[in-house]
Design a protein around this ligand. Structure first.
Ligand code: COA
Length: 267
């Protein structure tokens, strides 16, 4: 982690998120392969800062979030959940969720391999999602003694239909690439080695269009639901924050780190 000064503001950044701007496209690459791109507070802070800056920076017209060919993200870092759970709704994870949900310009994601927890829920706030045929989207919050986050309790039933959303959110079953295409979570399924490149092509296509038209059209499509999304995120965040400190979640996190099956029999 290192402090960086941008226009007078000191921000915290991390090499676990790579940032590259070219031809109006800001690409944010999740880059913590040794932990399967599990997201830490520093990574959320960097992502939130990049989105907040990208929203105002006239040289940024489109943003892409990507991982690598075998991995998008293992979700929140479980060790951090156990030892430094987010302190409140102003913490970096919630700042990231709010900034992704309100990002005004086109936002694309390229997803290969597992996309767990927030690795999936962040995609509900992207405009276009391209998936490798190895992608697996999962929201195993219940299995971790937690509840839905990122407004997934609102958007998943709307997007998938209630029963499929219940399968994803109550059972925590993964949704594989072809099924994700069918339920409308992704736009196209590609071979993993083509996914990031194809997403860049689509981003460049968007970057060549009139930005005001893109921004106004996105605002009109999302506007009616914006307040409901932010309200649901806040509601989920309060419950999630409480549940992180309760015995079921602590048992689930300890079990993951100790590589054993959790025992919820007394909870
Ligand atoms: N937080 C912290 N560490 C994580 C992690 C996470 N979310 N996900 C993976 N890691 C670590 C593992 O503990 C392991 O560490 P080790 O090398 O010290 O043993 C390393 O990253 C590699 O993970 P591993 O599980 O061996 O990789 P895999 O390819 O077999 O499986 C996943 C990949 C993503 C399917 C699996 O790691 C996983 O299920 N992770 C947890 C996902 C999760 O529940 N996230 C929280 C959602 S709210």
């Amino acid at each position: 982690m290192m402090p960086v000064t941008t226009g007078g503001d000191t921000v915290t950044t991390t090499q676990d998120i790579l940032q590259h701007t070219e031809g109006g496209v800001l690409t944010l690459t999740l880059n913590r392969p040794q932990r399967k791109n599990a997201l830490t507070s520093a990574m959320y802070a960097t992502l939130a800062e990049a989105l907040e800056r990208g929203a105002d920076d006239t040289s940024v017209r489109v943003v892409v979030i990507q991982g690598q060919e075998a991995m998008f993200s293992a979700g929140n870092d479980i060790e951090e959940f156990l030892h430094q759970p987010p302190a409140g709704t102003d913490s970096p994870v919630f700042r990231f969720l709010r900034s992704i949900a309100t990002f005004p310009k086109p936002l694309l994601a390229a997803v290969c391999g597992p996309a767990v927890g927030i690795g999936t829920t962040m995609l509900f706030h992207c405009d276009l999602v391209y998936a490798g045929d190895n992608a697996a989207f999962s929201m195993p919050f219940v299995n971790l003694g937690l509840c839905a986050e990122g407004a997934s309790s609102l958007i998943a039933p709307q997007m998938f239909g209630y029963h499929r959303a219940a399968e994803a959110l109550l059972l925590g079953e993964p949704i594989y690439a072809e099924a994700a295409l069918e339920v409308g979570l992704v736009n196209k399924v590609l071979p993993p080695h083509e996914t990031n490149g194809y997403t860049q092509q689509m981003a460049r296509k968007l970057a060549a269009k009139p930005l005001t038209s893109l921004v106004e059209t996105k605002r009109l499509m999302k506007g009616a639901q914006q307040d409901a999304v932010l309200q649901r995120m806040a509601e989920e965040g309060t419950i999630f924050g409480r549940m992180l400190r309760e015995p079921a979640a602590k048992e689930a996190f300890a079990a993951f780190l100790e590589k054993r099956t959790p025992d919820f029999s007394r909870l």
